[in-house]
Design a protein around this ligand. Structure first.
Ligand code: FRU
Length: 513
């Protein structure tokens, strides 16, 4: 009863704050990125598609705008952009807080928790027991299960939790991601165990057998491994099937703090064998963490759809938003492409982004030398836009080139290419409010090869975020920022040389939430 009352209060508050937001927009509230109506959010959880709806559960603390006893918040959408807030799905219980995990539709009712006519939606998540942690035990994290027989509206915890006990007494043992392996006809569960992952198999989602571990001497190990995701994917343009393993790591990211690495290889139902030992990063920005992919996407669609938490544990609790903290990235489609350096996992905004397209403008090609201000060619505000720009190096090779967003306070955000290092960069050292954490002001860099001397930029801008998908999503950089006033000026720059800006198209995006 207490829980239902809390849900009602939160729902009422969300309706109230939505009404407020139409009255007076909240500073930094995104236009088309998911945020909780109020209070703290971190990782996306339980991403599952069912009966025409994309479900998004998320790590949620409903009593404050900092991390606390974790619940699973819940929202649904038919296009991953317009979200409807729903009551909290999972509350902490005597076994602990509800940490990250996943959800699947058990179509064949292998668990026996529903029926074939009404298959259960099953959530498998990590329990974190603070009481056991304090008592000095090492077995305070283990995996639990809950299910819903009404499309995720109401949930029941499984009677005999935990389903995966922590027999090896690992202090970090969490974030189970479950998938149906059609080849071996079993469920596979991947979880983070210290700075490795472990794979388990099951025929019924209840009894799990450990298959193997992966990661001891491979990949980045600057921090603990979290939120893994294992899935098969076809190489773009061929019928070849590979397996991808996403692993978030904190700290130890390429630009400091939290980030997500991935491995490409094969999985035979027992072991994951990577193709090589290269460390690869899904996104070089500071603000894409704990991202995982949706389960249950119909084969007629066939996409691998991803969502990440758009923040970084270095400063997530200190960012200057007061009523809520954190947003999710834009939903992205992942594709595996064959490049000269091996397989690469590319990310691009989902095509549904077109659902929030409003006006657009095409800007004629122009040669850039020093600075060229194009503000007066864009007849709408810059803080909710999608931009496509190609920048081709001219005869005189510039040292640096790119775009600059700025406001009347001389605050700016610069995104560009450094020819001397061969890196894409985003400079937020003068982006506005930066003093809340020493780790926030940064020049984020990503190795980036130009194609035919051209930098292809696809950019999504919102009130407090920039997501750059360069070279058709092969190089991705996601960063948040907090300008004291919205950026109102847009210019191109090219230092000590020229670039030609072509194919420039900018869309105004509608408010989706
Ligand atoms: C990742 C993470 C997970 C954990 C959750 C707790 O950001 O640390 O490993 O399950 O957040 O909120």
């Amino acid at each position: 009863m207490k829980k239902q009352i809390l849900s009602l209060i939160i729902l009422a508050f969300s309706v109230y704050s939505n009404a407020q937001s139409t009255a007076k927009p909240e500073l930094y509230r995104p236009n088309y990125h998911f945020t909780p109506a109020a209070h703290w959010m971190n990782d996306p959880n339980g991403l599952v598609y069912y009966a025409g709806e994309y479900h998004l559960f998320y790590q949620y603390y409903p009593e404050a705008s900092v991390w606390g006893p974790m619940h699973w918040g819940h929202a649904v959408s038919t296009d991953m952009l317009h979200w409807k807030h729903l009551p909290i799905a999972l509350y902490p219980d005597s076994l602990g807080y509800i940490f990250s995990g996943s959800a699947v539709i058990d179509y064949n009712n292998t668990s026996g928790l529903g029926s074939k006519l009404n298959p259960p939606m099953v959530a498998i998540f990590a329990y974190h027991n603070p009481r056991l942690e304090k008592s000095g035990s090492n077995q305070y994290q283990y995996q639990g299960m809950a299910y819903s027989l009404d499309k995720g509206s109401t949930w029941k915890k499984y009677n005999h939790n935990p389903v995966v006990p922590n027999v090896e007494k690992l202090r970090d043992f969490r974030d189970p991601k479950v998938m149906w392996d059609a080849q071996i006809k079993k469920w596979i569960l991947t979880l983070a165990a210290g700075d490795e992952v472990q794979f388990y198999s099951s025929s019924n989602l209840i009894n799990w057998k450990k298959e193997s571990g992966f990661g001891k001497n491979i990949g980045a190990h600057g921090g603990v491994w979290e939120c893994p995701d294992l899935f098969p994917i076809e190489v773009k343009g061929s019928k070849e099937k590979k397996w991808v393993l996403l692993v978030s790591i904190n700290p130890g990211g390429p630009n400091g703090g939290s980030a997500t690495q991935y491995f490409v290889g094969n999985f035979d139902g027992n072991k994951f064998t990577p193709d090589d030992t290269q460390t690869r990063w899904l996104d070089y920005g500071k603000d894409n963490y704990a991202g995982v992919t949706w389960s249950g996407i119909p084969s007629t669609d066939g996409r691998r759809l991803f969502l990440g938490w758009m923040s970084n544990w270095q400063y997530a609790e200190k960012v200057p938003t007061e009523n809520w903290r954190s947003a999710m990235t834009v939903p992205r489609e992942l594709t595996l492409v064959n490049s000269s350096t091996g397989y690469l996992l590319a990310s691009n905004p989902v095509r549904e982004i077109a659902k929030v397209h409003s006006r657009s403008v095409v800007i004629q090609p122009r040669t850039i030398h020093n600075n060229v201000d194009i503000t007066n060619l864009v007849p709408f505000k810059l803080c909710k836009t999608e931009l496509i720009i190609n920048l081709k190096i001219g005869e005189q090779r510039p040292a640096k080139f790119g775009i600059k967003l700025s406001n009347g306070l001389n605050e700016n955000l610069i995104a560009g290419y450094d020819n001397t290092t061969g890196q894409l960069f985003v400079d937020r050292t003068q982006s506005g409010k930066i003093g809340f954490s020493k780790d926030f002001p940064a020049i984020v860099t990503a190795p980036c090869k130009l194609d035919n001397n051209t930098l292809q930029l696809h950019i999504l801008l919102d009130e407090a975020s920039i997501e750059i998908f360069a070279q058709q999503g092969k190089v991705v950089v996601t960063n948040i920022f907090f300008s004291s006033q919205p950026y109102s000026k847009l210019s191109f720059f090219s230092e000590k040389g020229t670039v030609k800006a072509t194919g420039i198209k900018i869309w105004e995006l509608e408010k989706a939430m």
